[in-house]
Ligand binder design. Structure first.
Ligand SMILES: C[S@@+](CC[C@H](N)C(=O)[O-])C[C@H]1O[C@@H](n2cnc3c(N)ncnc32)[C@H](O)[C@@H]1O
Length: 288
């Protein structure tokens, strides 16, 4: 059973920290703000849900539900009461212990206040309906081993938040991202947002098939990461400058294939493969 403690961030906001792996949830500006900026606003969640007949969100790493609650808050405000097509929020986690800790400390964490009964029902029944507009489901299990067998509607949005690659490499491997990419519907735009700015994670995502861009700034972190099955959807795609200035010279740009990950520069063979990724090669088509 994982243990947690409350932590006060520099800005005074309270978050929680897992003791093993030792990681603070939403460490920059705190749970509610980070979730709103990184996932909800960057993904234009409400605008896209309004235009869709069956919008699906995968919340990978439900944790203490900050990302999920940020989405619920935005959808409850942004979708009209009689919105005819319910949004489905699929939350995944292998444990409910951060959620239980958050419920015990709801007053200190703040963002979860008002959602306690809903969360208790979600944990007890695995599904909860929020009016006519939203269905929230919980899938308990190891996402990295369950993913292949998942028979769910392909997601339009993925909040990817399963701790960092350092503490939890299985969720960041080429194999895992390839399986995730295979679950997307090529005819439906999907955006995946995450806090990382690591070169080797971006390389791994691209080698798994994703197109990858610079994600929004979150507080002092200038870049995060946004990935998609649709390169045109990326406002700031990683480009050949990134390939040459970052991937080529970085000491940790090899994709995460093996666990444990051995920090290493990218091999010549992988570099050549990556250079052929459509989002990079299309920038200089004449050179190929
Ligand atoms: C940093 S926390 C997520 C924070 C959360 N998104 C929030 O808004 O509060 C990471 C979560 O990912 C979950 N997780 C890590 N590896 C997982 C896996 N292989 N399958 C399912 N859940 C996983 C952990 O149990 C933990 O609850």
């Amino acid at each position: 059973m994982e243990s947690f403690e409350l932590v006060e961030l520099q800005n005074g906001v309270v978050s929680l920290r897992c003791l093993e792996p030792r990681e603070t949830f939403h460490p920059g500006i705190g749970p509610a703000e980070e979730a709103r900026i990184l996932h909800v606003e960057q993904q234009q969640l409400v605008e896209r849900a309004l235009l869709s007949r069956d919008f699906v969100i995968w919340d990978v790493g439900l944790g203490a539900a900050a990302n999920a609650i940020a989405a619920l808050n935005a959808l409850q405000i942004g979708l009209p009461e009689d919105h005819p097509h319910p949004v489905v929020l699929q939350s995944f986690d292998k444990t409910t212990s951060p959620l239980e800790f958050a419920l015990e400390n709801a007053a200190s964490l703040g963002y979860i206040v008002g959602f306690e009964d809903l969360i208790r029902e979600l944990v007890a029944k695995g599904e909860v309906r929020i009016g006519k507009r939203i269905i929230w489901r919980l899938h308990l299990g190891d996402f990295s081993t369950d993913i292949e067998a998942l028979e769910l509607r392909a997601p339009d949005a993925i909040f990817y938040d399963p701790y960092s690659a350092k503490g939890n490499p299985e969720m960041w491997s080429l194999d895992n991202f390839s399986k995730l990419f295979a679950k997307l519907d090529p005819d439906r735009l999907c955006l995946l947002t995450n806090y990382t700015a690591s070169t080797y994670i971006r390389v791994t995502l691209m080698m798994a098939g994703f197109s990858v861009g610079y994600g929004v700034q979150v507080h002092k972190k200038l870049h995060t990461t946004i990935a998609s099955n649709c390169p045109e959807a990326l406002l700031r795609p990683l480009d050949n400058e990134w390939l040459v200035d970052r991937v080529r010279i970085s000491h940790s740009s090899a994709p995460l294939r093996e666990i444990p990950y051995e920090i290493a520069p990218i091999s010549d063979a992988d570099y050549a493969r990556l250079s052929l990724h459509p989002q990079l090669s299309s920038q200089f088509p004449n050179q190929l």
